[in-house]
Design a protein around this ligand. Structure first.
Ligand SMILES: Nc1ncnc2c1ncn2[C@@H]1O[C@H](COP(=O)(O)OP(=O)(O)OP(=O)(O)O)[C@@H](O)[C@H]1O
Length: 261
């Protein structure tokens, strides 16, 4: 667990973060670091505050207390202009972040590029084709979301989140609703993208297979105590966490496995 007094030096540092909706405190006293090129998992039971934490990391909600830092610079205590500079480095795929159904896959990926750059049509088209090829969708530029599978929609969503070459990719429940095989392919894609692009990836998920397949570091949000239950590599936490709630979660509720630590 991080000391709240330690000067932040990681890619993302969370210090003394309390998150609330009005008087309802979702989580308190979160202290952790996310290192460059981590695939960092935010995990925990339903309603524990995973998406809320993601919203705090990308600036959609303000902390009730505490601060979020990027590369040691405060994201919380900054002016609008500087905050915009931070946000331009983020690529986000929201849980409900379905593609625009009236637009083709290429048009969906092109949208953030058109809105944020002055590139010419031909350059945008080339960039879009490149992004779609990175997620295995070369040749599907002119398809509409309804004409391709759920897994392909998710991959196109990732291509859209990566459109502006983000430094940090945030994915909210990327494998929700996918069959195990598509979910596995998506995990492989996330690992490949991290390795080839060098991005830091933050994923909200409660899919255990994905947690172990891609996560090198993680935080477990504990509903019972309303604070972080553990930080660390998911496989190590599953086998050795001193918090029974964490072991129980990572062993799919199997008491015999979770009592071995
Ligand atoms: N806009 C809101 N206003 C008030 N309470 C909210 C709001 N959004 C979420 N909550 C509450 O905050 C808590 C955390 O919600 P959140 O969606 O962050 O959880 P989660 O871990 O992402 O859940 P899930 O796994 O089900 O998606 C829940 O009790 C939820 O009901």
């Amino acid at each position: 667990m991080q000391n709240p007094e330690t000067p932040p030096d990681a890619k993302i540092s969370i210090r003394g973060l309390t998150m609330a909706y009005g008087s309802f405190v979702v989580m308190k006293d979160l202290n952790f670091d996310i290192q460059e090129r981590d695939i960092f998992i935010i995990m925990g039971g339903s309603g524990c505050g995973k998406s809320t934490l993601l919203r705090h990391l990308i600036g959609l909600r303000e902390p009730a207390k505490g601060e979020v830092f990027y590369d040691g610079k405060s994201f919380t205590k900054t002016d609008e202009e500087q905050r915009g500079d931070f946000i331009h480095r983020f690529g986000v795929m929201y849980q409900s972040g379905a593609l625009w159904s009236a637009l083709t896959l290429a048009e969906n990926v092109a949208m953030p590029i058109e809105e944020n750059t002055k590139l010419k049509r031909k350059e945008i088209d080339e960039l879009v084709s490149y992004k779609l090829s990175l997620v295995g969708l070369a040749g599907y530029e002119d398809y509409y979301p309804s004409q391709v599978s759920g897994g392909m929609n998710k991959r196109a969503g990732i291509a859209r989140a990566m459109a502006l070459d983000p430094d940090i990719l945030f994915l909210d429940e990327p494998s929700a609703g996918l069959d195990p095989l598509s979910s596995r392919r998506l995990d492989d894609l996330i690992l490949r993208l991290r390795d080839s692009l060098g991005s830091t990836v933050v994923i909200v998920t409660h899919e255990l297979a994905s947690i172990f397949a891609v996560g090198n570091n993680s935080i477990f949000l504990d509903t019972a105590t309303r604070t972080q239950g553990a930080i660390g590599n998911p496989s190590e936490l599953r086998d050795h966490s001193d918090n029974p709630a964490v072991r129980l979660f990572l062993n799919r509720g199997d008491e015999s496995e979770s009592s071995k630590a």
